[in-house]
Design a protein around this ligand. Structure first.
Ligand SMILES: Nc1ncnc2c1ncn2[C@@H]1O[C@H](COP(=O)(O)OP(=O)(O)O)[C@@H](O)[C@H]1O
Ligand SMILES: [Mg+2]
Length: 405
């Protein structure tokens, strides 16, 4: 861990001890030998943390702490009181003055390190709250397996990346048998398995970025581990945390969800701005969709965030569109035609049709759908330098408009 720490103490030996202990951990440690100097240095150097002795000439630790709190520049600066006065009253007095933590002297070096790191982490995670989470999270879901969730999720992620020319994250939460990396022909070098075991406060943006697999389409994949037992430690809380961090960094995050309502799936659904419910046009497909819609309703998901997509995973004999819409009580937003040859080839080659063949009817269908799901702010204005995908989508839209009577 790195960071700038200001240690304030009138006892030179104690100061030396703090500098040596924290210096070894990689922190930059500035010092001040009395309260007044400490207060001034805190204003001047803007450290990430201040360690204050209590009993000092000129200004004692309590006075320094309350003065720091009164100045807007240092009002939120984490402060740790370090003192030999360890009675309860003294501690309360320290907290009243605005201290965040308290450590009694003499302290063990490891104890000091642990307290400092905890305070720094808290500062980092509080700082993150101020970073705007701008990313749009889109889930692809079906309670029934094998209806094309992974196919649609990978094409959407790739379509969004090429439309807006920015990296898009595909998050594989189909933990029992996730195929996202395979859909892009990438080796499973890193996965959820690397994150799931860590305590939540250790899962930091830099680490998440290291775990993402990168594809030339601009898609970055948070893969599910090919060894399912590696994914076992992943909890709903961790998924929520990771999605929050990703949405601070990336404009779009697409989730390939598992066919269930386990806590990890629910964490993904809860975080989503839009949910694509996929169904096959047969009785089992419609049943699964009805069941999912009922759960969504009970979970109070707004109706507007759910989109229905019908996928023809078989060539013929399916239910009609109007029958399905009647059974579900809502309109189908998109129909994906039967395209076994192209889709199977895409999976075997590890290259989604929207990427390898965007001009084909299927590639165009996915590209247009990716545009439809884009943020309103994106859709409203022409980009400064439009991507080829954007140009294609707009051209097709104009062609459709021209054909309308
Ligand atoms: N429109 C389609 N036409 C023909 N086959 C399809 C279509 N969509 C998906 N499939 C096939 O269905 C199978 C399951 O797709 P997949 O995306 O892995 O589903 P899921 O993630 O829901 O289990 C794949 O083998 C794929 O080839
Ligand atoms: Mg799948």
């Amino acid at each position: 861990m790195s960071g700038k720490i200001l240690a304030v103490d009138d006892d030179p030996l104690n100061l030396k001890l703090v500098v040596a202990t924290l210096g070894k951990e990689g922190f930059e440690v500035l010092t001040a030998s009395n309260g007044k100097e400490g207060y001034l240095k805190a204003q001047e150097f803007q450290p990430d943390l201040v360690i204050l002795d209590v009993m000092m000439p000129e200004m004692d630790g309590y006075q320094v702490c309350s003065s720091l709190r009164k100045n807007p520049k240092t009002a939120n600066l984490p402060v740790m009181m370090l003192t030999s006065l360890s009675s309860v009253e003294q501690k309360i007095k320290g907290f009243d003055a605005g201290a965040d933590d308290y450590l009694a002297k003499p302290f063990a070096p490891d104890e000091l390190i642990a307290h400092v790191k905890a305070l720094m982490r808290r500062k980092i995670s509080e700082g993150e709250v101020e970073v705007k989470a701008n990313g749009k999270i889109i889930s692809v879901f079906s309670l029934r397996g094998g209806v094309g969730v992974s196919t649609l999720a990978s094409n959407l992620a790739s379509g969004l990346a090429s439309l807006w020319g920015e990296s898009t994250v595909l998050v594989d939460l189909a933990l029992a048998a996730g195929q996202s990396a395979l859909m892009f022909n990438l080796p499973y070098r890193r996965s959820w398995g690397n994150l799931g075991r860590l305590p939540i406060e250790h899962i930091e943006p830099l680490l998440i970025n290291e775990v993402l697999l990168q594809h030339s389409s601009g898609v970055r994949i948070l893969a599910s581990s090919p060894q399912p037992e590696q994914n076992e430690y992943l909890t709903g809380d961790k998924v929520t945390h990771v999605l929050r961090l990703l949405s601070q960094q990336y404009p779009y995050i697409v989730l390939d969800l598992s066919h269930d309502f386990h806590e990890v799936t629910l964490a993904g659904l809860d975080a989503s701005h839009e949910i694509i419910l996929l169904l096959s046009p047969d009785l089992a497909g419609v049943r699964a969709a009805v069941c999912a819609l009922t759960v969504f309703e009970n979970l109070k998901y707004p109706k507007e965030i759910i989109r229905l997509v019908e996928n023809w995973i078989f060539p013929k004999g399916g239910l009609t569109r109007s029958d399905i819409e009647k059974a579900l009580g809502r309109a189908i937003d998109l129909q994906i035609p039967y395209a076994s040859e192209q889709i199977v080839k895409a999976i075997n080659m590890g290259s989604p049709p929207v990427y390898s063949d965007p001009q084909s009817p299927l590639g165009a269908l996915f590209e247009d759908f990716a545009f439809l799901l884009s943020k309103e702010t994106h859709k409203k204005t022409k980009p400064q330098s439009p991507t080829p995908a954007w140009v294609r989508v707009v051209r097709r839209f104009q062609q459709r408009q021209a054909k309308k009577p």
